[in-house]
Design a protein around this ligand. Structure first.
Ligand code: TXA
Ligand code: MG
Length: 379
């Protein structure tokens, strides 16, 4: 993996998230025009941006992230007219989705336009395009006057950043500038929809819900759940792009092992308490990611020293999504030895939350059954 990057000093510059200051945007845009990288907020997560039409900028993105060249980048545009510049064809279905959901957390997979270097698409003849709604992202792309390739601004395989401080923790010394526009509102990455397949299909659930997409395209297929048997990066031939990019089971991992509980609510609580106390007895530090409805039941764990975080209610998948990555990073930073996590219903943005948590668990899922005496562990 390319890690031979020149160390730079990283500056974090505040920017108004609603009315970005022209001077700050111009400074960042000048870097992008010069082929340099800039970290900027979008409505989903922070992105690590570079000129999408310049191979050298794409190379810098892969190097700064430590990302293998087989994982393609998303190209960001500021207005629909720029679609023609990056895509070779725009099917009618794509137009309808763009009209309904852009600007916003939706990425469309389309035939690659000739101007987009193959490095950006990892050699694929398709390109991922999205038009973000965040005022800073919008202003920056317009000022740079070119499409901007931007993966999430985290080191490869780490949790995506939802604040400038998360991005700094991962990329300090690897990028010259981070625009700090505060926490990103959606909190999970964009939904990726493949429009090059016979039937349009979600490749990655995200900030635009399946339910909302189906109101525009009823035939759209739900994403395949991540599978533990998915071949790992190392098993792929060098230079071969991923068949379903970004679908590696371990893709959004916190650096701490995460155990995901699935099943009936009360059974989950009972199992989490038992598992937490087992770890605590061994002298380990335990972090728990729960819902506000769980707090009472988890009191014994808290009293025994577990760190319990319950950022939202089970009934508020959008709030769960908004807080998810920040909570995982907070528990990580608290140096816990294990994170025990409840599951959330796959409704609305809950589908993206479920997907990220299953990936973070990397197969360590405990399915609890209220009728069984012991939880069944699936590894
Ligand atoms: O919300 C987002 O999408 C954020 C912000 C910064 O815009 N970006 C982001 O980028 O999440 P990244 O690189 O972390 O994830 C891009 C996903 C990956 O799973 C990648 O494999 C997939 O999009 N992708 C990119 N090009 C593709 C293509 N041609 N075909 C299929 N999947 C593609
Ligand atoms: Mg990413």
């Amino acid at each position: 993996m390319a890690d031979d990057i020149k160390a730079v000093s990283t500056e974090v510059v505040p920017v108004d998230s609603q009315r970005p200051e022209a001077a700050v945007i111009e400074r960042a845009a000048a870097l992008l025009r010069a082929g340099e990288l800039v970290v900027f907020p979008t409505e989903t997560v922070y992105g690590l941006g570079g000129d999408a039409l310049r191979e050298e900028a794409a190379r810098r993105i892969f190097a700064a992230k430590g990302r293998p060249l087989t994982d393609p980048l998303i190209v960001h545009i500021a207005q629909v007219e720029e679609l023609e510049r990056v895509a070779a064809a725009v099917p009618e279905r794509a137009r309808r989705l763009a009209e309904a959901f852009w600007p916003g957390p939706l990425t469309l997979i389309l035939p690659r336009g000739e101007q987009v270097p193959r490095l950006v698409t990892a050699g694929l003849e398709t390109v991922a395009v999205r038009m973000p709604s965040h005022p800073v992202a919008q202003a920056l792309i317009r000022a740079a006057a070119r499409p901007i390739a931007a993966p999430s601004a985290n080191r490869f395989k780490h949790v995506s950043p939802t604040t400038a401080q998360h991005a700094l923790a991962d990329l300090n010394g690897r990028v010259p500038l981070i625009l700090d526009g505060g926490p990103t509102p959606v909190g999970v990455e964009s939904t990726v929809v493949d429009l090059c397949a016979e039937v349009p299909r979600i490749l990655r659930p995200g900030g635009t819900s399946l339910e909302a997409l189906r109101q525009v395209l009823p035939e759209i297929e739900a994403p395949q759940p991540p599978r533990a048997s998915e071949p790992g990066q190392s098993e792929r031939e060098e230079g071969e792009a991923q068949r379903a990019p970004g679908q590696l089971l371990v893709h959004y991992s916190p650096t701490v092992p995460l155990c995901l509980f699935e099943g009936e609510d009360q059974a989950q609580r009972t199992a989490i308490v038992a598992e937490a106390l087992r770890h605590l007895k061994r002298g380990e530090r335990v972090g728990i990611l729960a819902a506000s409805e769980d707090v009472e039941a988890l009191r014994p764990c808290e009293e025994s020293g577990a760190l319990v975080r319950a950022p939202a209610s089970l009934e508020e998948p959008e709030q769960v999504a908004a807080a998810l990555f920040a909570t995982l990073r907070e528990l990580e930073a608290a140096a816990v030895d294990v994170i025990l996590c409840r599951s959330f219903r796959p409704v609305g943005l809950g589908l993206a939350v479920q997907d990220r948590l299953r990936r973070a668990a990397g197969g360590w899922v405990i399915r609890v059954d209220p009728s069984a005496t012991a939880a069944e562990e699936v590894r």
